[in-house]
Design a protein around this ligand. Sequence first.
Ligand code: FAD
Ligand code: DHB
Length: 425
Amino acid sequence: MTITSDTPVAIIGAGPAGLVLAHLLKAIGIDSVVLERRDRGYVEQRVRAGVLEHPSVELLRDLGLADRLEREGLSHRGIELAFEGRRHRIDFLDLVGHSITVYGQQEIVKDLIAARLAAGDPIVFEVDDVTIDGIDSDFPTVGYTHDGERHELRCRIVAGCDGFHGISRDRIGEGPSGNTVFDRDYPFAWLGILAEAAPTIDELIYSSHERGFALYSMRSPTITRLYLQVPADERIEDWSDDRIWSELEIRLPTGDGFSFNTGPIHERGITTMRSFVSIPMRRGSLAIAGDAAHIVPPTGAKGMNLAIADVAVLAEIIDDVITDGKDERLDDYTDECLRRVWRCQHFSWWMTSMLHRFDDDPFRRQLQLSELRLVTSSTPAATNLAENYVGVALGPSLRSPATQAGDGRSLAGARSLASEGKVDR
Ligand code: FAD
Ligand code: DHB
């Protein structure tokens, strides 16, 4: 027997995209059901991103979801780029008037889950066999199995926020117009660790070294987050704690008045790197957002922020469709997202290309060093990096008090600013 229920919006995936979308919809008075394949503990412990752009912080604040973020998040006014043994500061606050916030993705996920469950709104964890039917109609259904029982959600819109390995993207490609994929692999990966070691500096260091890239980051006053460029097929078992620390010692600019603490490593993993965009991002009543639609290499910290930006656009369009019956607004979704998607794709590819070791080609290395010297010595070049790093505004109306008052109109206008790519200064 199948248990049937109704909801305006079915959201597949309880990552940053799915959870932020559920909260945005709630703020404008639209109910939704979030379906998640994993259990709550798993999604709350999954260590990933750490940097929130200024507009992402503003959006969470306006939704009333930033209390702990503001207490525990680390506000950084810039980053450092290191090469040829020296560190160079890029001061975002001076250059573009905004800072960034370092706060673990799993902490955001914890905050968003807790707030949603406290409000009595549904997240169904540990669902299996999720199916989407009726995509090309106005009455799609999402099927899933939970606790051994089959369920069917009848809805108006399905939001595929199920990450890169989810099921939603393929359903768009199966449509009569198919889909187009833009894809680039990199010949390296990031080995990331979380260590119980107090950070010794309060800004991130992106280090371009002859042996490969290294990144010094942190999560709290007692936890350091570090990354090392490794070959794409590297095995984590081949990296002992000693090997990790000594490689970091070589690649980070420790000769320049900087040294770092070591400590027990609590978490380690290898992440492959790729650039990927699949268009369109919507077919019929199904729209995909975040990593389900696009992936960026992590250099530049754009992935989670881009996921949040997509759902800011999607929430406004869903509002137009469900509250005002403007079904044609769904046609705008892909184009309204793509401008930002490609800006972030370019920025992430550029940062990756400038900072990583690709091969032994001395010509390429000299080009990298020349670009690093330019970015760290020319104000226009540094401003370009800063503007992209702190993020393009999502639109002032998203920050209006009316958003918190549950006024559906408060999202109007966010779309136009987001797609025009205006920068908030
Ligand atoms: P996800 O977080 O992948 O969430 C998708 C959810 O859907 C998951 O919970 C998954 O379990 C669920 N799901 C999948 N399939 C199904 C299904 N069939 N049914 C139901 N549920 C399903 N980004 C930044 O902005 N800043 C950073 O500093 C940064 N650093 C990073 C560092 C690393 C090492 C890595 C790996 C990534 C980093 N990113 C960063 C990228 C960022 O983590 C992702 O872009 C972000 O998680 C995307 O969010 P999402 O909600 O789209 O997808
Ligand atoms: C972190 C991740 C990134 O991809 C990045 O560019 C900066 C920081 C982090 O996990 O702290």
